[in-house]
Each structure stands twice: as C-alpha cells, then as structure tokens.
Design a protein around this ligand. Structure first.
Ligand SMILES: Cc1cc2nc3c(=O)[nH]c(=O)nc-3n(C[C@H](O)[C@H](O)[C@H](O)COP(=O)(O)OP(=O)(O)OC[C@H]3O[C@@H](n4cnc5c(N)ncnc54)[C@H](O)[C@@H]3O)c2cc1C
Length: 426
C-alpha cells in the first residue's frame, strides 16, 4: 500500500510551490501526467504582477476588478495583492533572476494595467520560475516525483478525500493514500481545437470533482487570448505575448489602419479582432512592432523572435499575422482563501481552482501570482490542520468503471463550459 502525508497532482508553479512550502517532516508525492516540464507554467512569457508600493494597492485592485467585470471576489484579490511582494521575495530566494534596469527591477506593462507592475525574465518568465522551482523541489529528500502518471479518480468516503487513483503509462491503476490531497492540474485548453495550452491539460480534476459532487464555479468563464501566431495549421497555438502590445506593438487590419485600442482588456480586444477579421474576410489581423517599440526587439523578446523566425517572420521588421485562441480558465474547483475545496482534506490551487480572483476575465500576468499566493496558502492550511490517521482502505480500482465515470463527467464539463469546446482527438 502506498501511503503519503500529502499528494500533489501537477508540477506547474502551483504544485511545486506548495511542495516547497510544506514542512520537511511531510512525506510528499508529486505527480504529473506528462514530464516535469510539460505544463503551462513553463510557457508563461509576459511576466508576473507585483504591487509596486503602497500607492499601487488601489490601482492594482481596480485594474483587476475592472478586467474581471467586477465579478471578482474582492477579498481574494486583496489577499493576492498584499501577498505579492513576499511571493516575489520567496522566488528570488529560490534563485529566480528577474530582469533588472540599472539597480532596480525592470517592470513592463500589459493590457488593462494602469501602470507598469509586471516583473519578467525576458519573454521566458515561466521557464525561469518553473525551472528554479523544479531544481529546489528535486533537492528535497521528503518529496517523491512521479512523471507520466495520470489522476483518474479521487478516493472519497465519509465526506472526506483519502487519496487518489492514478493510471501509469501501461494503463495500470493504483490507489494511493494521503492525509491531504492538492489538485494543481492547470487549465482546460486541451479540450479546444485551438489553444495556447499544452494539449494534455484537459480539466481532468474538474471532471473528477463534478463526478463526486465537489463544488465548482464559473465553468463558462473561459478566456480567449487576443493574439496567437496565425499559421493556418491545427494544434497548439503559439502565444504572441500581451507585453508586445504593452510595450507599443500595434494591430492593423487589411487596410494597414489600427482598428482598436491594443491595451483593451483581453475579452474586449478579442471581440474587436473578430469583428475586423470578418470585415476583412481574413482569418487573422496583423501585428507590427517596427517603429513602435523602443530598443532591440530580438534582445527583449528572444523566445518570440526565435519562434517567429522559424515561421518565416522577422519580429523586428515584418507584419505578423495573429488570431485569438483559447488561453485561460477563470472557473474551476471552488475554493476558499485557504484553497480548501468543499470536500474535507482536498485542496485545489492554480488554474484548476476558482477562488474568484479573476472574476469573469483575468488581468494579464495575474495568473502566476495567483497560483503562487494560493498554493502557498494551501500548504499553510494543510500544515495547520495536519494529523496522521490510519488510511481508510478502498477496493482495487476497476478500469472500466473509472474510464466510464471520467468520460461521463468530461462530457458534463464540456456542456457546462458551454462553448465550442471539442476534444483534440476528435
Ligand atoms: C502560452 C502561455 C503564456 C502565459 N503567460 C503568462 C504570463 O506571462 N503571466 C501569467 O501570470 N500567466 C501566464 N499564463 C498562464 C499561466 O502560465 C498559467 O495559468 C499557470 O502557469 C498555471 O499554473 P498551474 O500550476 O495551475 O498549472 P500548469 O502549470 O499548467 O500545470 C498543470 C500540471 O498538472 C498536470 N496534470 C494535469 N492533469 C493531470 C492529471 N489528470 N494527472 C496528473 N497530472 C495532471 C500537468 O501535467 C502539469 O504538470 C500563460 C499561459 C500560457 C499557456
């Protein structure tokens, strides 16, 4: 029997940071469906928000609420903002090197931000953060990492979570027991034909939550990012970061004219782009950096520049075709400010959870911050209530019943998302 103190599902920022914030006396298992690096945290380009100083609390709060159409949980937003400077200090302590300008940090701006408050590591902020978190987690003797293993069910009895059912690469199922379980399984982009997300992020934990009647929230709040690179090919879309527009890039229609304020909140700009595409009868609009961004573009955005070159475009010179794509999920498994779900001993953090920070529409670069703030709070809540009890044993999992249950709840999830979501495989 495999028995742990804490099982964490997911190796993005939410899962890894929780492991780093749990006590070294806890026997922890951290599981990922792919490899350690296959997660959306690794893909984050633009950066991570931080409250600049005392005068920035109100503007940061207002920017987040306005972008979220005032449907946000204001207490959750305030918690995120007031924790932001400590989280950044934690990251720096773990080895994350944010870009500097002179003696201080370099802050960038993205859509719907009233001031520059986004820290970044060139245009590869997620890679820098997640690789440092992975390095630190690998140093922990109390953490076991399990790759290529998929959460397919939770062990639920007596209104409590007792652990998880995992499927390994060969299809073999196993019950794994834990005093506390944290779901940090990321977003739902894999359910869409066009998304900036990894294709294996298919909202599994949310489907499993539905199956067990665990409370979920705002499942129809899906964010479409206004600008991904248009290629005409199916599959994962490459993101053209909002910081490009934040630093001056413009969008133009077929006639070469600007048609919208490029720094509108994401949902509003997406609408403007779709309208322009329809007017132009083209499957894209075009982005131009040349003459609109100060400084050497290839140096500031090396990742995006390199990718565009592979697709035949010079980011510093050319008009780049861009199109909206599914990007982020504001809804998810409902949690409180300690990241507790409605089921005892079960926690959720990161994109798979919904604490209401983002309301109806996420403000750019709030996601890494929100994931880190609330996964740390999950770890603190687990520590505060932790006590070891003998596991409640379950029968060996039955492959057929589990597969049928997951299919049914994924179908329910698709209906609740309520837009043209479709499985990649179809
Ligand atoms: C292209 C791109 C750019 C972005 N840029 C930014 C940015 O600049 N700033 C910002 O704040 N946000 C950005 N975001 C959003 C942000 O990266 C994510 O919301 C955030 O990283 C989510 O972290 P997470 O830990 O919740 O999930 P993820 O990092 O996606 O990790 C999910 C983990 O769960 C695992 N998993 C999933 N299902 C299962 C299962 N059934 N069993 C086992 N494991 C499972 C996955 O393998 C993975 O390890 C961006 C997103 C994308 C896609």
């Amino acid at each position: 029997m495999r028995n742990y103190d804490v099982i964490i599902i997911g190796t993005g920022v939410a899962g890894l940071f929780a492991a780093l914030n749990l006590g070294s006396d806890k026997n922890i298992l951290i599981v990922t469906k792919g490899t350690l690096e296959d997660n959306d945290s690794f893909l984050a380009q633009g950066g991570i928000c931080v409250q600049r100083d005392e005068t920035d609390f109100e503007p940061f709060l207002e920017d987040t609420l306005r972008a979220g159409h005032y449907e946000n949980n204001e207490a959750a937003v305030a918690t995120m903002i007031t924790s932001s400077q400590n989280i950044i200090s934690d990251l720096i302590g773990l080895g994350v090197a944010f870009d500097k300008q002179g003696e201080g940090f370099s802050y960038t701006k993205e859509g719907a931000h009233s001031r520059a408050r986004i820290l970044h590591c060139k245009d590869m902020t997620g890679k820098e953060i997640n690789s440092k978190l992975i390095a630190r987690v690998k140093e922990l003797a109390n953490v076991t990492i399990l790759e290529n293993s998929t959460l397919v069910d939770l062990l639920v009895a007596d209104e409590r979570c007792h652990g998880v059912v995992l499927r390994d690469q060969s299809g073999k199922l196993a019950n794994l027991y834990a005093q506390a379980t944290l779901l940090a399984t990321g977003g739902i982009g894999g359910l869409f034909s066009k998304s900036t997300n990894f294709a294996h992020l298919t909202g599994d934990a949310i489907a499993i939550a539905l199956k067990h009647g665990i409370r979920v929230k705002d499942l129809d709040y899906v964010q479409i990012h206004p600008t991904s690179l248009y290629t005409g090919r199916p599959g994962k879309a490459f993101l053209m970061s909002e910081s490009l527009r934040g630093e001056g890039a413009i969008l133009v229609g077929k006639d070469g004219q600007r048609f919208a304020d490029e720094l509108l909140p994401r949902d509003l700009l997406t609408k403007e782009i779709y309208a322009q595409m329809e007017k132009d009868r083209l499957p894209y609009v075009r982005m131009l950096l040349k003459g609109h961004i100060d400084g050497p573009i290839a140096e500031r955005f090396p990742g995006i520049h390199g990718h565009c070159l592979e697709e035949g475009y010079d980011l510093a010179e050319d008009y780049i075709p861009v199109v909206p794509a599914q990007h982020y999920f504001m809804g998810g498994i409902e949690v409180d400010l300690q990241s507790k779900t409605s089921l005892a001993n079960l926690y959720a953090a990161g994109e798979t959870s919904c604490n209401g920070v983002h309301g109806k529409n996420r403000l750019a670069s709030n996601s890494l911050l929100e994931s880190l703030v609330f996964s740390k709070r999950a770890a603190q809540a687990i520590e505060a209530t932790f006590h070891r009890e003998p596991p409640c044993l379950f029968p060996e999992p039955d492959a057929r019943t589990i597969a049928d249950g997951l299919d049914e709840s994924t179908n329910t999830l698709l209906k609740l998302i309520g837009i043209e979501a479709e499985m990649h495989a179809k």
